[in-house]
Design a protein around this ligand. Structure first.
Ligand code: ACM
Length: 263
């Protein structure tokens, strides 16, 4: 199967424009799983609760999820995309999974980063894996990577691929994901954004690009530039992630010593 990401600089507040841009990027390409950045449709740096209220959407009936479903059906592709989700009076930094079969599921970011804590509630979905024709897809969002338990939980649930919508500002993630993949024997597609945002007198945030696709042996199969707009696509065999045997004596999950992992 072909797994990929679309790295680009979303324009803050231009939901229709950002969604259209993804549609244009997809027209000429064939890909089975496409991962988009965190908050790809709204941009990242919210400065008021009013903005969050205005730009967030219900899942799955909001504009963006419906457009992603259309794209998934038209292009026969599964899409994982970060967006601001509204449920009643609550807001979540979420990612939806859509496919040719329609809406598949939603994940709500567990570990909120920095000022996201002002706007969003900590995710209550827990980590989830969906068995799809494009493989067993698990989702974590950006800063979740900093907590190894996120990727481990997804791997223990049977994920072949971790779809990882991101808006990275710290430099550490791209060199750390190979370890996350190696220690869990999973693929990961980190879809980051590019560009800068400085809104409402807040500090400037510069996003580091460097989206990447990593194999279960920790090999970087494709890495994007820091500032380039790129649709990165790699052919992968998801069954590689199902072999957890390290050698004749060691098996990744069987060898865990759970009794010693308590604090
Ligand atoms: C992040 O979680 N957006 C750094």
């Amino acid at each position: 199967m072909k797994a990929g990401f679309f790295q680009f600089p979303p324009v803050f507040g231009d939901v229709a424009g950002n969604v259209e841009k993804v549609g244009r990027a997809l027209t000429a390409k064939q890909v089975d799983l496409l991962v988009l950045p965190e908050l790809f449709n709204t941009g990242y740096q919210f400065v008021s609760k009013d903005e969050v209220t205005r730009l967030s959407e219900e899942v799955p009936f909001g504009f963006t999820t419906q457009k992603l479903i259309e794209m998934s059906k038209e292009k026969n592709v599964h899409i994982v995309a970060g967006l601001a989700e509204r449920q009643g009076d609550f807001f979540f930094n979420s990612a939806v999974l859509t496919g040719p079969e329609g809406f598949v599921g939603v994940y709500r970011k567990t570990h909120l980063f920095f000022e996201e804590n002002l706007w969003f509630s900590p995710g209550d979905s827990g980590f989830r894996v969906w068995d799809t024709p494009a493989g067993r897809i698990g989702i974590m969002i950006c800063f979740d990577w900093f907590f190894p338990e996120s990727a481990r939980t997804l791997a223990l649930q049977g994920a072949d691929i971790i779809a990882h919508p991101s808006n990275l500002v710290l430099p550490y993630c791209p060199d750390s994901m190979p370890t996350r993949c190696l220690e869990n024997r999973v693929f990961a597609v980190t879809a980051d954004r590019t560009g800068k945002e400085q809104r409402g007198g807040k500090e400037s945030l510069e996003f580091i690009g460097t989206s990447e696709i990593v194999s279960p042996s920790g090999k970087v199969l494709f890495r994007a530039g820091r500032q380039t707009e790129e649709l990165g696509i790699v052919e992968i065999d998801v069954t590689e992630a199902r072999n957890k045997e390290l050698n004749r004596f060691n098996s990744l999950f069987r060898d865990r010593r759970k009794d010693f992992y308590r604090s």
